[in-house]
Design a protein around this ligand. Structure first.
Ligand code: NAP
Length: 277
């Protein structure tokens, strides 16, 4: 499995498994659990979740999927902004730990910025880390000005990642946020890497995929996986699709293919505010 190095020096899989909407439907539960287990077997040992997903059902399903295999997994979860306070974060973290049936979260993220000051959230994260409840912390959906503020606050420079909306049709972060993160060796976790499935039906991407003998999902993921500091976390609840998606790791993009994708999905030409889903 290709890996990406966190600021701490720890290496994590470049391909992780997203879990938004997983655990919501009893009819698909068994296949979703089988998919997560297959992912672990195939080396996709990073699992991304959040207290928000299904009101905790995603975390509960993950607990079932990783039972007996906790040590293989790099577990990422997220705290709601309204819970990210001095008192709220430890309580939310305990609830997540209980649902996940584990004693620690490997990477705990602020889901997006709310009204709690970033410095207060950082203090709470530092205390959780000292207590061994979380191993690392980070953020999600923070734009450049937020990152700069965070970086100046105590504990800000220990943030391990910014999880962001990033795919071929959402390249805005390449203008200033991504270069800023790169200068500080902070990897990005690219969420909605296939635009919640919408990229599958994209005519330009379908044309590219047909020309290069891959599927549209593989093309979209291979473009992200070509970068050394990007972790892609596609979600699927189906084993066949997981295998298809993981095969993107074998589709190494040549410079001409990257140029072709730049022609089809242009990089940004000016600054824009951060997009999120
Ligand atoms: P995504 O991974 O871009 O797309 C998921 C959708 O695509 C699902 O409907 C899935 O359906 C379908 N799909 C997956 N592989 C496919 C394939 N090979 N062919 C056709 N369809 C395919 O979108 P996402 O779930 O929004 O993002 C991924 C993860 O990022 C989330 O699950 C979550 O963990 C995280 N996330 C974080 C934030 C944040 O604010 N931090 C926001 C959004 C997402 P099936 O399951 O039926 O295959």
């Amino acid at each position: 499995m290709k890996t990406v190095t966190l600021l701490s020096g720890e290496r994590v899989p470049a391909f992780g498994m997203g879990t938004w909407n997983i655990g919501d439907d009893p009819a698909t539960r068994a296949e979703e659990i089988a998919t997560l287990r297959l992912g672990l077997d195939m080396g996709a040992t990073l699992i991304d979740t959040a207290e928000m997903y299904g009101g905790g059902r995603s975390e509960e399903l993950i607990a079932e999927a990783i039972a007996g295999r906790r040590d293989e997994v790099f577990l990422v979860s997220k705290v709601y902004p309204h819970n990210a306070s001095a008192q709220g974060a430890p309580a939310a973290c305990e609830r997540s730990l209980r649902r996940l049936q584990t004693d620690r979260i490997d990477l705990y993220l602020l889901h997006w910025r709310g009204s709690v000051p970033l410095a207060e959230t950082l203090q709470a994260f530092m205390r959780l880390k000292e207590a061994g409840k979380i191993r690392h912390y980070g953020v999600s959906n923070l734009d450049l000005a937020d990152m700069q503020e965070l970086w100046r606050a105590p504990g800000g420079e220990a943030v391990q990642t910014n999880q962001l909306l990033y795919n071929l049709t959402r390249r805005g972060i390449e203008w200033d946020l991504l270069p800023w993160l790169r200068e500080r060796c902070l990897p990005v976790m690219a969420y909605s890497p296939i635009e919640q499935g919408r990229l599958i039906g994209n005519r330009k991407l379908a044309g590219y995929a047909a020309r290069h003998g891959v599927t549209p999902a593989q093309a979209a993921l291979a473009w992200l996986l070509a970068k050394d500091d990007v972790i892609a976390i596609p979600k699927t609840g189906r084993r066949e699709r997981l295998k298809e998606n993981l095969a993107a790791l074998e589709h190494r993009l040549a410079p001409e293919q990257l140029a072709e994708l730049d022609q089809l999905f242009a990089p940004p030409k000016s600054a824009s505010s951060l997009q999120m889903l």
